[in-house]
Design a protein around this ligand. Structure first.
Ligand code: AHG
Ligand code: MN
Ligand code: MN
Length: 334
């Protein structure tokens, strides 16, 4: 019989093995897992319960919210507010950091999340996911202000991506490599399926929204044109392309078989600083990808070294197989 290791057992094992993981952090990660099990159940039943489609509102980024964006955000907040482990939460769907209610205990951690990534795919039954990032509150358990969240990605204590796909899959790092857990619905537990995940250093598979080509900067356009030139081109190999339009699914594919994912800066998004969000999209996936031996860059600098200035700050994202990301960075160096 296969040995069964739950998410909590895995983290406790890491702690016993001398990895610096606080017990409170283990509890917090497991509670995020509980919230994500609830979200998985809501997604599963959404079409049956009339929970697909638009919510009729916009978030702080001026993007249309789907009903499931709003529901997932509520599940995360309502579940995590009672843990006593947090002194604030930041969400893609909330303009301001969310305070822990006064009648609830507070704790030393801050969490930032994209409750549902890939919203455009919800109604069409394609994988979506939850992304989260945990840091310490620099002021202990005091109610957090926006300033307290604004730490570079290299300060993250934990980051995770939960993909709601053919199976519900929890990808986690606490800075000691990357592990993958799959939800066993009969047990209601996330069980370990992969540990020490390593992204192949080389790849011939890229993911980019090609319809934006005319808006890209010259280095990205040149790199993709060279990919498309195949064996006869300067890169000397035939490339394959994927675009799921859910970064969570692209990242999971890259963790499984390598690849490069790009949402670069372009003329449409230049004023905003990019398309994806630094604090709850770029940083957590960068932490996971780097812990799996890959790289995550803007094209000009390491994502996790950016000093953030706002909770909803945007960032260009180029991540995946190490040698391929280095190649794209070299195109940016002229
Ligand atoms: P969100 O649904 O949280 O707004 O994020 C969606 C992101 C990301 O997951 C994906 O890679 C990208 O937006 C899709 O962009 P296009 O609409 O350009 O395909
Ligand atoms: Mn997102
Ligand atoms: Mn989202």
């Amino acid at each position: 019989m296969n040995e069964v290791i739950t998410l909590r057992q895995y983290l406790q094992g890491q702690q016993r093995a001398g990895k610096a993981i606080e017990t409170g952090l283990i509890d917090l990660i497991c509670e995020v897992g509980v919230a994500c099990k609830q979200i998985a159940a809501k997604i599963d039943r959404a079409a049956l319960e009339g929970a697909l489609g638009a919510a009729g509102s916009e978030n702080v980024q001026g993007e249309e919210q789907k009903k499931l964006d709003v529901i997932s955000n509520e599940v995360m907040f309502d579940h995590l507010k009672t843990t006593g482990l947090l002194s604030g939460m930041g969400s893609e769907e909330e303009d301001e950091p969310m305070a822990i209610p006064a009648d609830q205990p507070r704790g030393p951690y801050l969490i930032m999340f994209d409750p549902l990534d890939g919203s455009s795919n919800i109604d069409v039954n394609i994988s979506v996911g939850t992304i989260f990032s945990v840091v310490k509150n620099p002021r202990g358990s005091e109610p957090a202000t926006e300033q307290d969240f604004l730490q570079p990605g290299n300060q993250q204590l934990a980051a995770g991506v939960v993909v709601y796909g053919p199976s519900t899959t929890f990808v986690l790092t606490t800075g000691h490599g990357v592990a993958v857990f799959v939800l066993d619905r009969s047990m209601g537990e996330f069980l370990l399926v992969r540990d020490g995940v390593k992204i192949p250093e080389d790849t011939a598979e890229f993911a980019i929204n090609m319809s934006n080509r005319r808006f890209w900067e010259e280095p990205v356009r040149r790199y993709i044109d060279d990919c498309l030139a195949g064996e006869e081109g300067p890169l000397g190999k035939r490339y394959n392309m994927r675009w799921v339009a859910s970064m969570v699914a692209e990242v999971y594919r890259i963790l499984t078989r390598g690849g490069i994912f790009m949402y670069p800066i372009d003329e449409r998004t230049r004023a905003k600083g990019g398309r994806l969000r630094l604090m709850y999209e770029g940083n957590p996936v960068a932490f996971i990808v780097e812990q799996a031996g890959g790289l995550a860059s803007t094209g000009y600098e390491r994502i996790m070294d950016i000093q953030p200035t706002a909770l909803h700050q945007r960032v260009p994202v180029i991540l995946g197989s190490k040698n391929e990301v280095e190649k794209v960075v070299s195109y940016h160096q002229g």
